[in-house]
Design a protein around this ligand. Sequence first.
Ligand SMILES: Cc1cc2nc3c(=O)[nH]c(=O)nc-3n(C[C@H](O)[C@H](O)[C@H](O)COP(=O)(O)OP(=O)(O)OC[C@H]3O[C@@H](n4cnc5c(N)ncnc54)[C@H](O)[C@@H]3O)c2cc1C
Length: 506
Amino acid sequence: MRDVARPAALDARRRARDLDRLVAEGVDVLVVGGGVTGAGVALDAAARGLSVALCERVDLAAGTSRWSSKLVHGGLRYLAQREIGLARHSARERAVLMGVTAPHLVGRLPFLVPDVAGRDVSALAGLGGRLGDAVRLSVPGGRRSLPGTGRIGPEGVSRLVPGVRPGRGGVVFWDGQLVDDARLVVSLARTAAAFGAGVLTGVTVTGVDGGAVALTVDGGSTTVRAGVVVNATGAWAQRLAPGVRLVLSRGSHLVVPAARLGAPTAALTVPLPGSRTRFVVALPQPGGLVHLGITDEPVAGPASEDDPVPSDAEVAQLLATVNRVLARPLDRSDVVGAYAGLRPLAQSAPAGDGPGGAPVDLSRRPLLAWDGPVLTVVGGKLTTYRSTAAQAVDAVVTRLGRGAVRSPTARLPLVGAAPGRALARVDAAARLVRRYGTEATVVAGLGEEPVVDGRSETVGELRFAVRAEGARTVDDLLDRRTRIGLVPTDRERAAPLAAAVLAAES
Ligand SMILES: Cc1cc2nc3c(=O)[nH]c(=O)nc-3n(C[C@H](O)[C@H](O)[C@H](O)COP(=O)(O)OP(=O)(O)OC[C@H]3O[C@@H](n4cnc5c(N)ncnc54)[C@H](O)[C@@H]3O)c2cc1C
């Protein structure tokens, strides 16, 4: 394993140099797709000493990885399906993220299931939460990572989520929450770059023929050599691997001002009407917002290049469900933004081959499938990206005949990561420490003026994004390095300044 020299600055000069090197020398592993899966694979492979290039057609976290619910799950859902092994696996990876890999990016989030949603529902949540606690206690690092499940009274409910109809108690269980899913991807890519990986955004892989990989880049096309290609293109995976069968489903969230729910400090969890296991959750976010999700709508493939959008019916479903427990119902005028992502559900056999003729759904486990020199890695979860990547790179080193170098990533902090005590000593605003960890002082030194009046993002964050995080466009700055774009009216106000920073820094 190589040592990390220092955090890599992904800037225009480095991109040009990495591109020249890729064309001239080729690589052991060319990873296609700069989401959490691709960035995780690039890091794992580079940290094992392989030469690596990560090619992403748009930008880091341009796909599903920025449209998630931003939860680092302990696998409660798997417990409901009696998948204890999967739940332990999730809990183990959650502990790695919270304890080693990215303690700055992952916080603790209480989930409130209020009795006003139905006493049977909160009782079941309590049972599930306690099972989840038992699983957490059984994995390394799990004991101290989160508090235990418990009941609270009516005052506790009003304190955690003041907008809930008063007078009844509820159940609280705990899980992990990312400050921002796109930041995890950017941190992974920069850490991979620190181990020597080329990180090339704006590069589309158009085909693979033996060891020759066709790319389009900056308006031209070229061919490069790679020992192995890892296809981590998520919902678009079939373009490079037509043999892989995917079924797509859309998951949508609404963005509402936190003030409308009384500035909650817990995730409000409400079952869909008629269900005791499927929930809508109002998730508190930084910057005085709440994200309300999530839906599960079948989508006819193939995936379009455009960002998916929530349908009218999904908006109605999300609002109606959360309104079941609110004292003052939300309506459409409260919605200040909305987003959606595509789940690629991988099938190993034709639909209809499952028990009782049902589709064989492997969505809970990632699918790894070779086709010639292309290894497709699709499905899985953001929470478990690290183990998915390790599994993929195990297969890659075997294919390349590089012996059995084990994945080092469970002990590898990402750029900016440090134990809680060290983070507490970083001399910068807590908000910046949560997003940049030990690099927060550098970001603060680049300018603390707000990008938009009334919001907390700073000009320093935009400058840092161009200088060190590979941002090349206004969209990169507003939709991926910061998340101002989740509120379109704020995005409009921020765009001129973002353009000016880009021009000055590029
Ligand atoms: C609505 C929703 C909510 C979710 N919530 C959670 C959650 O709370 N917690 C959790 O653990 N998991 C969650 N998940 C799952 C998680 O988000 C995904 O498993 C994960 O983001 C998938 O990442 P990926 O890298 O495989 O795909 P993507 O993030 O989609 O990345 C694929 C990338 O490939 C690029 N690409 C495509 N074609 C090419 C090409 N030819 N050349 C170059 N680049 C290409 C795309 O631009 C894209 O950036 C959620 C999923 C959805 C849909």
